[in-house]
Design a protein around this ligand. Structure first.
Ligand code: AGV
Ligand code: CA
Length: 313
């Protein structure tokens, strides 16, 4: 069994990632932290607790609320999705929530869980890196117990996904929310596998993907996934800034099934100021990371099915 600590920011693919982590046969989830970045904290926290109740096979977990604040807030329209997801009937059949909220804020919860878990912990982060950066500042020694960080964020191909004033379009949102946090994590000695936009662009949400989930809705977890992804825009005729990709799910599934991706080693750094702040870029003097480059599209979607079907039992 591998110990995994998951920190996410409450968008649809973050919450689907939580559902899938709870099904992975070889994963022991040791903790969950939630930051209200691409969501509002309250519904993202509640939905996380309900997903553990409904799909967690009795896991004794608590969920930590983050008090981190970003430099550049996400668009409100996107953040509102957490309210809809939290209201889905499949998460509310019981009418009560059993999984408790952790005592400490997410960055301190991360330190506690990593410190008190026997052996190494793998971190999976599908939102901004703020909680990890704060944890490293409080207790830099935790890196000795973290074997690897899997992070969804950044991009190296110059095509960002932020459409806001006073920036140059080269940055990815999780990095843009808190560029300094990315720098703090990059300056640590953690092993990092980064899933940036160059690979996630290979796994858009499409009508065909939705149709596939619709035909499998006799499985409650696939029904939930279909309902969740009904809330966000698919890639139909052309890509817009709102088009949804399976960013976080790719990061999460690739941490469990490495065969669905190819990777390469790059040395890189991040800008923290100017119109490109949040931009990750390759440089010979940068720190080494493992970058996901290509995705086995069909193998990826098949693994989602296999994991989700494990929730039947
Ligand atoms: O930049 C991708 C990150 C992922 O962690 N998030 C969404 C995923 O959870 C921000 C984001 C970028 N474009 C978006 C986003 C969109 N069109 N809708 C919602 N969130
Ligand atoms: Ca996210």
């Amino acid at each position: 069994m591998r110990n995994v600590y998951f920190n996410h920011d409450g968008s649809v693919d973050d919450l689907v990632s939580l559902l899938l982590l709870l099904q992975m046969p070889d994963v022991r989830l040791t903790g969950v932290g939630v930051v209200g970045a691409d969501s509002y904290l309250e519904p993202a926290l509640a939905a996380s607790r309900k997903i553990i109740d409904r799909f967690g096979h009795g896991a004794q977990l608590d969920v930590a609320a983050s008090d981190s604040r970003g430099v550049h807030p996400f668009p409100k329209e996107w953040r509102l999705d957490a309210f809809s997801l939290d209201a889905l009937p499949i998460l509310n059949e019981a009418g009560t929530i059993t999984t408790p909220v952790a005592e400490k804020p997410a960055h301190l919860d991360l330190i506690d869980k990593v410190t008190h878990t026997d052996g190494p912990t793998t971190l999976v982060m599908t939102g901004p890196l703020t909680d990890l950066a704060r944890a490293l500042t409080v207790d830099p020694s935790i890196t000795a117990k973290i074997d690897k960080l899997y992070w969804m964020g950044g991009t190296f191909d110059g095509r960002g996904n932020v459409a806001e004033p006073e920036q140059d379009g080269t940055t990815e949102w999780n990095a843009f929310w808190d560029p300094e946090a990315v720098k703090t994590v990059w300056d640590s000695d953690l092993a990092i596998q980064m899933v940036g936009l160059e690979s996630t662009r290979q796994v858009p949400l499409t009508p065909a993907v939705r149709q596939h989930w619709a035909t499998q809705r006799q499985h409650p977890a696939i029904d939930f996934i279909g309902q969740g992804y009904a809330l966000v825009p698919a890639l139909q005729h052309f890509e817009t800034n709102s088009t949804y990709f399976l960013w976080d799910v790719l990061t999460t599934v690739a941490s469990e099934t490495p065969a669905i991706v190819t990777t390469k080693q790059v040395t890189s750094d991040v800008l923290t100021t100017g119109p490109g702040r949040g931009r990750t870029f390759e440089t010979p003097t940068g720190r080494p990371i493992t970058l996901v480059t290509t995705v086995d599209h069909d193998g990826f979607f098949q693994r989602i099915d296999e994991l989700a079907i494990l929730a039947d039992k």
